[in-house]
Design a protein around this ligand. Sequence first.
Ligand code: ZN
Ligand code: ZN
Length: 164
Amino acid sequence: MLIDVRPILSGAVTILPFDYTIDPPAPFSGIDFPSPVRIRGQIRNQAGYMTLSAQADVPYKTHCARCTKPIAGVFHHSFTRTLATRLEKQQDDDYLMIVKDRIEIDEPLVEDLLLSLDFAYLCKEDCKGICPSCGKDLNEGPCRCAEKKEVDPRLAILAKLLDK
Ligand SMILES: [Zn+2]
Ligand SMILES: [Zn+2]
């Protein structure tokens, strides 16, 4: 959304709050965003130094990277920027430009959010995953494959010899 910052530029107010929702971003690296994103925060003017702070509540859905179980939750993404009316020499990503008395928050905020995402999410920190040979969910208990692997092949040969 474009926010009209004239009230704060003119000095009529020193704090300009905002609260709105935007359409969810497109799926990104295996993460789906199923519902609208709420963005709220404020623009603050401290003796001509203008800052924006926002929080985005971003519902998401993905799958556990180890066991593929579905995961759903909400990212709470914080976003802060300094507002600039003209291009500064040392301009970088921490600045948000005021263009024609307006600022556009959504695109840089979503970009910032996507950059902050992890590559893999787990259903729980100690998820044991699924067995690559039999496909059993190891969170529900060990599978037979683990038992077999525990027997040292050299001992197995020895056991066979002793059998004879
Ligand atoms: Zn898992
Ligand atoms: Zn197995």
